[in-house]
Design a protein. Structure first.
Length: 350
């Protein structure tokens, strides 16, 4: 139902539709690369199990085993296909903003509502990116049987390697390719996106490895777009990726993702946005409340909830290695093959 905001009627549904029409730059880039695959059916699974913030879904294994000699006298043994269960958690976040009447008065009628759509959308765009980076921190902090195989093989440390430009520890034309092969071997062709710090991107741009896509404006002038490419892979530049400053030189983290690396579901909130009015506090103020519930699922990796205090994980809990493990069978003897998980980390000095 409509509410009052700054003495104007507010319609939650209209606001949500307005936000949905604003381009979500980062999500669009992830979808374009194929690294994020939407699975809206997970929201239905949550409803079918009468709500909750956590689901487990089955995954079929692959057939295997060694063949026997077909010689007319050797029995043919049969083996079963393993099945796995993957844990998936909903990440809930909420935020509110207020606008004081007095601020409106002394700024000549600056209207917060007129700016809210773009700013709120960009705010949640940044939150989603932070959520993904915390998830990556968590899965690369896994330990124990099976999990260590993923971590050891999917982290490529280039900090001590001399590149083609003669610089030790810096990425070059071959670094990403080598890192992807290190992670997934002959499956490295699945990689389609790199998320890197602006220092790393600038270094690659300076040696003419990274190039921005071009477009021609209405005046016929060719300009750069915000989309960059390295070795045919899309590049997302984000200074929110981890930087280790504990040593003599900063060590930058670059993430590489392949098609279908992350499953995504916007699970929705009962009231995604609403407004309220407090006539007493600070002489009177209007408030805008927003909420979201989203699910981000790395392929072949299960969220365990081993160390989680409430129904929704915090950023710190998402970044905790003990909350993640490779998907495994019921007996805990067989694990999802790590080379089928197109997620890798590359460490470099720039």
């Amino acid at each position: 139902m409509p509410g009052l905001f700054d003495k104007k009627y507010w319609n939650d549904e209209v606001f949500q539709k307005y936000m949905e029409t604003i381009p979500n730059t980062r999500m669009n880039m992830l979808l374009k690369s194929g690294a994020i695959v939407q699975h809206p059916e997970y929201a239905n699974v949550l409803r079918d199990q009468v709500g909750g913030n956590y689901i487990k879904t089955p995954i079929s294994g692959r057939i295997g085993g060694a063949p026997v000699n077909y010689d007319g006298q050797t029995d043919i043994p049969a083996s079963n296909m393993d099945t796995y269960m993957q844990g998936k958690v909903v990440v809930g976040r909420a935020k509110a903003w207020s606008e004081r009447d007095f601020s409106f008065d002394i700024t000549g009628g600056q209207d917060f509502l007129s700016q809210a759509g773009n700013q709120v959308h960009e705010y949640w765009d940044d939150v989603d990116q932070d959520t993904l980076i915390n998830i990556f921190s968590g899965i690369f902090a896994m330990s124990g049987t099976g999990n260590a195989d993923f971590v050891n093989n999917h982290i490529y440390n280039a900090t001590g390697i001399t590149n083609s430009e003669g610089k030790v520890g810096y990425l070059d034309a071959t670094s990403l390719n080598t890192g992807m092969q290190h992670a997934c071997g002959d499956k490295k062709a699945a990689f389609s996106l790199a998320i890197m710090h602006s220092v790393v991107a600038t270094n690659l741009e300076n040696i003419k490895i990274l190039a921005y896509a071009k477009y021609t404006d209405a005046d016929g002038i060719q300009r750069d777009t915000t989309l960059a490419y390295v070795n045919g892979r899309l590049v997302m530049v984000d200074d929110g990726v981890p930087v280790d400053n504990s040593g003599s030189s900063p060590v930058y983290t670059t993430y590489v993702l392949g098609r279908g690396a992350i499953e995504f579901c916007n699970c929705g909130a009962k009231v995604p946005s609403e407004v309220d009015r407090d006539p007493k506090t600070n002489g009177g103020e209007d408030l805008l409340y927003t909420r979201q519930r989203k699910m981000w699922v790395p392929r072949g990796i299960s969220y365990t909830m081993n160390s989680q205090a409430t129904a929704s994980p915090t950023d710190a809990e998402l970044a905790t290695g003990s909350n993640w493990e490779l998907v495994k069978n019921g007996a805990g003897t067989s694990f999802y093959p790590h080379k089928m998980i197109p997620i890798g980390m590359i460490k470099s000095l720039g």
